[in-house]
Write a protein that binds this ligand. Sequence first.
Ligand code: B12
Ligand code: SF4
Length: 481
Amino acid sequence: MDNIYNVLLINPPIALEVYSEKLHDFWLITPPYSLLVLAASIIKIGANVKVLDADADMLSDEEIVSISMKFKPKYIGFTVMTPSVYLVKRICSKIKKKLPDVKIILGGVHATALPFELMNELQDADYLIKGEANEILTKLIKSNDKIENLSNIEGLLYRNQKKDIIANKGQGFIDDINKLPMPAWDIIDLNKYRAYRLLMWNKQYVKPYAPIFTSWGCPGTCSFCSNRLMHGNKVRFRDPEKVLEEIDYLVQKCNVKSICIQDDSFTIKKNHTYEICHGLINRKYDISLMCQSRADTIDEDMINLFKKAGFTWISFGIESGSQKILDQANKKLTKKILYNTVLLTHKSGLNTHLNFIVGLPGENSNTIKETIDFAKQLKSVSYGFSFATPFPGTKLWDFAAKNSINLTTNWNYYDWVNYPPQSLNKNITSSDLKKFRKRIIRKVIISPSYIFRIIQKFGIKIFLKFFIVDGIKVFSKFILK
Ligand code: B12
Ligand code: SF4
């Protein structure tokens, strides 16, 4: 490419708005992986890229504008999730006032789910890219913003001279993810990223922290999940050699101490998982590893291999203690499988983090009781209880429309942390849902058996530090209010 364009990719400062400064110190701070993957692709064609992690750096709008002005970008890209729509809108408008010629590009999950609506809502945005954006962004940067070039780029939305929104057909989807370069780890400082302190109480392994992906996509069809919309059902695997090379880079060059394999399920293709685990065993790195798995794709041999390879945690989506709700959510898993897998994981000495969802269609006080009983039976040391949130593009969103459930159009509410939940069950109110969640937490976590388990496993010092000091902060701000 002849011109070297400055491209600024911004991760919006969500944490500051949602969790506040006080709790920022406590939360997971994860590198903006999506932006680093995009950065690597456009660096290859000569772009001069800066990734501004306004989230990790807790930047104010003014600081973001000032950094943008200094960098003099031709393009500024934002990743947009549903609850960050208004935040991105506000920042775009402030940037455009100071830099009227800059071209603003939107991408990410919400941009893919409701592209036309988002371009309408964010009048300061010039472009929007649907789906996996690497190739499309490369074409856009090469297009020189000429309309005749733009009209040929599939998956792109832009504005014509009359400012009408033009939506090209298609959506970005990368068939061979092995062709992508390694994320541009060298353009950020990994020292500022760290794993959830609650999961990594051994200080030595908290940071630097990095997520990696060994595959994109998930064959699952769960009603509450946005991943299918973004990455499709066809799972694409990275060559294990490339994955191990990336881990080598992160450990040897960036001194990373904690890695989360963030695939939707790291265990769906046995050979792939085994090859990576054997590579890790040979390397003997002193790091902490965790991954996410679907309970029906992992067995005792694999769990034992994880243990040998240095994994300390596996995260499972359990969702509910009611088989009826699991079936209705299209989880395609039985409670028996979930129970046996979690048990096997604990037997091997690995810890589990178990995710549950409160308020899925079919929820009532009986199913809540089933969830409480099941969560207790599973005897984990870490649980997450979020509210069922009907994100655009999910089957829950369609369910609400089909059942005439009025959903709010305020995107801030599509966040299971800070706002009252929306009910998907006609006879249950938002305040019932909050009560249900409190009940679950009280019975499962603030219970003598849980406290005993934690002290037995991690000792009284860890219990006091993480579960009393930090726990009270989190509980009082979000969970019990
Ligand atoms: C890591 C992660 C986070 C991290 C950091 C996210 C970040 N900014 O990097 C944290 C913990 C902060 C987070 C928070 C939340 N998350 Co989250 N998260 C993820 C996760 C697990 C991985 C993201 C990732 O790196 N993917 C890998 C990359 C390669 O894919 P990608 O992100 O889709 O990026 C590609 C495209 O989207 C596009 N793209 C992305 N950004 C941009 C920007 C531009 C300019 C362009 C052109 C293109 C583009 O190109 C990329 C490369 O091809 C995904 C699940 C998943 N598997 O993707 C959920 C996911 C994105 N999160 C989700 C949710 C629900 C949330 C929360 C709402 C949870 C909550 N608290 O209620 C919050 C939202 C915070 C907020 N207020 O905006 C949903 C999205 C729902 C939605 N419609 O918004 C997902 C899809 C999970 C799911 N199974 O449904 N999340
Ligand atoms: S919830 Fe997990 S298993 Fe279900 S579709 Fe999403 S990523 Fe796949």
